[in-house]
Ligand binder design. Structure first.
Ligand code: F6R
Length: 369
């Protein structure tokens, strides 16, 4: 059942192009518009929505963080993202015009379930993004958008994450489409580009041998840091989470702009730092800022592992290791930049002799609060 792979995780990483394509299937019509009829929340209600709150845990929370950038940009609806375990305990402000989005692969995560129950008690509508048909979270929600990743067996989430991102983009674009924003043309072109992402993920997977080699060479390190900005910031957090849970290493993700406010003190000679570089197109100010961050940490001895778009030459002089990803629309970059981080963590775990599919102390679905 591992289909020739040593671990389920490797198989699931390899299945990502299909998982992404399957999650888009049937949701874009012949005119390039989204048809999310299965989301039974009437368009009229979606037009009235004045706040979106995303609740999720772990990797799904990182998908939610990325969704916030997309939702606020394309819909202009304020969006908050909160760890499901924190949500209800602070008496959040919710009403019938709040749309709560609960993201969960398993559909059984107790923290997320309790958060959505609380939201519904306050009269908010809940949309679940879920990978498991008929599980508790979609059953208790007002509507569900299923991800079509297929069963995810490895404890560490990979293909489910990519499909959660696709589903989040679909929700954001759909809301933009229903409400009509000034980004109409951009929405149309991004929908087209989404259809191409599966091929790009495949392209990334084809070029992972140097990443595996690099991972093996770092097996005796104690710490790896991850930096990102904009949608690359949650990607950095996800890269660090994968490394913690699989390689049992100290790994931390930071927003690159925060470096100078403290974390830069951690930089020492030969410390591996992975940097997710935003596209030099679009929001290029961020690109320039992160390039100077790379220079700063390198001047202090860091070993820089740079993930950057093809054609981004500005990073070349400062990258000890350069991992190329295809150019995508700015907001979609996490769909390709996450993949090398998954491969990196999986290979490091293997090199350290860890049980990749079943990391110590973890369970696939966490049904206690
Ligand atoms: C990390 C991981 C966990 C889950 C989290 C939420 O690789 O798998 O952090 O993402 O426990 O689980 P679901 O999505 O099932 O609610």
């Amino acid at each position: 059942e591992k289909g020739g792979y040593d671990y389920f995780m490797l198989k699931e990483i390899a299945e990502q192009p299909k998982a992404v394509a399957d999650t888009l299937l049937g949701r874009i019509d012949a005119n390039g518009r989204l048809t999310l009829d299965e989301v039974r929340i009437p368009d009229a209600v979606l037009r009235e929505t004045d706040k979106i709150v995303i609740v999720a845990c772990g990797t799904a929370f990182h998908a939610g963080m990325i969704a916030k950038y997309a939702i606020e940009h394309w819909t202009r609806i304020p969006c908050e993202v909160e760890l499901a375990s924190e949500f209800r305990y602070r008496d959040p402000i919710l009403n019938p015009r709040t749309l709560v989005v609960a993201i969960s692969q398993s559909g059984e995560t107790m923290d997320t379930l309790m958060a959505l129950r609380h939201a519904r008690e306050q009269g908010s509508k809940v949309l679940a993004i879920c990978n498991t048909n008929g599980s508790t979270i979609p059953r208790e929600s007002d509507a569900v958008l299923y991800t079509h990743a297929g069963p995810e067996v490895a404890v560490a989430s990979t293909k489910a994450f990519l499909t959660q991102l696709v589903a989040c983009y679909l929700v954001a674009l759909y809301l933009g489409q229903v409400r009509g924003t000034k980004w109409g043309d951009e929405i149309t072109s991004v929908i087209q580009e989404l259809a191409d992402i599966s091929r790009q993920v495949d392209q990334v997977l084809e070029t992972m041998e140097p990443v595996r080699e690099l991972a093996r060479s770092l097996k005796d390190k104690n710490t790896v840091l991850f930096l990102g900005r904009h949608v690359g910031y949650p990607v950095a957090l996800e890269g660090a989470l994968k490394l913690k849970e699989l390689a049992y290493m100290h790994a931390e993700g930071f927003a690159a702009g925060e470096l100078k406010h403290g974390p830069i003190a951690l930089i020492e000679d030969d410390l591996p730092v992975v940097v997710v570089v935003p596209s030099p197109r679009g929001r290029s100010v961020l690109h320039d800022k992160i390039v100077s961050n790379i220079q700063e940490i390198r001047a202090r001895g860091a070993r820089t592992i740079v993930i950057a778009e093809e054609g981004d030459e500005a990073v070349v002089p400062y990258a000890d290791h350069l991992i190329r990803i295809p150019a995508t629309p700015v907001l979609l970059q996490p769909l390709v930049s996450t993949v090398p981080l998954q491969v990196f963590a999986c290979e490091l775990a293997t090199a350290r002799g860890n049980e990749v599919d079943q990391p110590r102390n973890l369970a696939k679905s966490v049904t206690v609060e």
